[in-house]
Design a protein around this ligand. Structure first.
Ligand code: RFL
Ligand code: PHB
Length: 389
């Protein structure tokens, strides 16, 4: 098979990029390791910046987003039960939209056939070859038969555990990492949310987050140790712990019900530089991970894709290489600022096993400062709605 752009991975980054290329008349094929059903089942992000919603609008794939997306003009911080409202729109003139990653993925996958975007599902042993030449190619096995895609450009959108990043030689690649000594236990339940805004709660017993997917579906998370097992967290135990950490005011408003999904995700900050090597480009989680505090992972994937689309369209339609040459530096500038915000909010809101009373007092002082400083709230708001492209 021959194409112009071979994309590895059918997560949000690969799907948005594929649609953007097809819209510009550029051929693209996506190779995905897992099945369509498994990709559609993933419950992940929920809070979208304009970077993401604008891209979906530009792709003409925002019909359901416009109808079902919930506009949010603020966020709520809670410190040991004390509630601090941050008016995001007042400080920025912008809002965020709550619409599940699962729904975005569904919208993008369903529109693929009619837009001529081919996706090869359940491709095993995906390998990249000759990425620093002008004739790179991808090999894999699908339906028991070997496959090969010859392309002009390969884009690795295959997430943190993918193969693409490893195709950049160790001598060129630099990785920066901070693994946090805890994870998030997440629960999805068909119960109305306890609060109209997304809530980030700091508590002696650890962090808790209250979010939603719709007026009747809630998404909650609590910080747990890395050795915690999902089997030890009955729904009852989860709801009790969540209520405690949200504090009396918001905890009392939590409506409980059976969980429809429960999982533990570790927290990590990670950046791999550069994001281009020869004719291989990386986008999304393949190149960087943020802890979910701040809701930036999917939104960063969208900003990478926005930059890369501009660059590849200039290259394929006008032969102009300025965009592809500048892609890595341009994307990394925004990535590092977003890494900073996610790291800052994680440090501010979680309990770290190595921290003592001094660090807790520092967190209290910072949250007190945020509550009474318009400047501090503006900093949080500006980052939360998403930094300019
Ligand atoms: P993905 O979604 O991981 O997709 C990568 C795809 O590549 C496939 N793949 C391969 N395919 C072929 N060959 C290989 N060798 C392959 N290896 C992997 C995988 O099967 C998969 O289909 O990466 P992408 O597209 O870069 O998208 C990134 C986002 O998924 C991620 O950043 C967000 O989900 C992070 N995130 C959040 N982001 C936000 O912007 N807002 C949020 O509210 C938010 N909440 C979250 C989150 C992530 C979470 N977890 C579980 C880590 C909440 C959580 C709990
Ligand atoms: C979510 O709704 O899943 C969500 C919201 C905010 C975050 C992370 C995840 O920071």
């Amino acid at each position: 098979m021959k194409t112009q752009v071979a994309i590895i991975g059918a997560g949000p980054a690969g799907l948005m990029l594929g649609h953007g290329l097809r819209q510009a008349g550029i051929d693209a094929v996506i190779v995905e390791r897992t099945s369509k059903a498994r990709v559609l089942q993933r419950i992940r992000a929920g809070v979208l910046e304009r970077t993401t919603t604008d891209l979906l609008t530009r792709l003409g794939l925002d019909h359901r987003l416009k109808v079902e997306g919930l506009l949010h003009t603020g966020l709520t911080l809670v410190n040991d039960g004390h509630v601090i409202d941050v008016e995001v729109t007042k400080h920025t003139g912008r809002h965020v939209t709550v619409y599940g990653q699962t729904e975005i993925t569904r919208d993008l996958i369903e529109a693929a056939p009619e837009r001529g975007l081919a996706i090869i599902w359940e491709a095993a042993e995906v390998a990249l070859h000759d990425v620093d030449s002008t004739a790179p190619f991808v090999t894999f096995a699908a339906n028991g038969a070997p496959g090969r895609i010859d392309a002009q450009v390969i884009v690795g959108c295959d997430g943190f555990h993918g193969a693409a990043r490893q195709a950049i030689p160790n001598t060129v690649r630099r990785e920066f990492e901070r693994a946090y000594p805890f994870g998030w236990l997440g629960v999805l339940a068909d119960v109305p949310p306890c609060h109209p805004e997304v809530v980030y709660a700091s508590h002696e017993r650890g962090f808790a987050l209250a979010s939603m997917r719709s007026p009747t579906r809630s998404r909650y998370y609590i910080q747990v140790g890395l050795d915690e097992k999902i089997e030890d967290w009955s729904d009852y135990r989860f709801w009790d712990e969540l209520r405690l950490r949200l504090g009396p005011e918001l905890g009392a408003k939590v409506i409980t019900g059976p969980s429809i999904e429960k999982s533990i995700a570790p927290l990590r900050s990670f950046v791999s530089e550069p994001m281009r090597h020869g004719n291989l480009f990386l986008a999304g989680d393949a190149a960087h991970i943020v802890p979910p505090t701040g809701a930036k992972g999917l939104n960063l994937a969208s900003s990478d894709v926005t930059y890369l689309l501009e660059a590849l369209i200039d290259w394929f339609t006008c032969g102009d290489a300025a965009g592809i040459n500048g892609y890595s530096d341009r994307a990394l500038r925004r990535i590092w600022k977003t890494e900073r915000f996610s790291w800052y909010l994680t440090k501010l809101m979680h309990r770290f096993p190595e921290d003592g009373a001094f660090e807790r007092r520092m967190q209290n002082a910072e949250l007190d400062y945020i509550e009474h400083s318009e400047a501090a709230q503006a900093m949080i708001a500006e980052n939360y709605v998403g930094l300019p492209l």
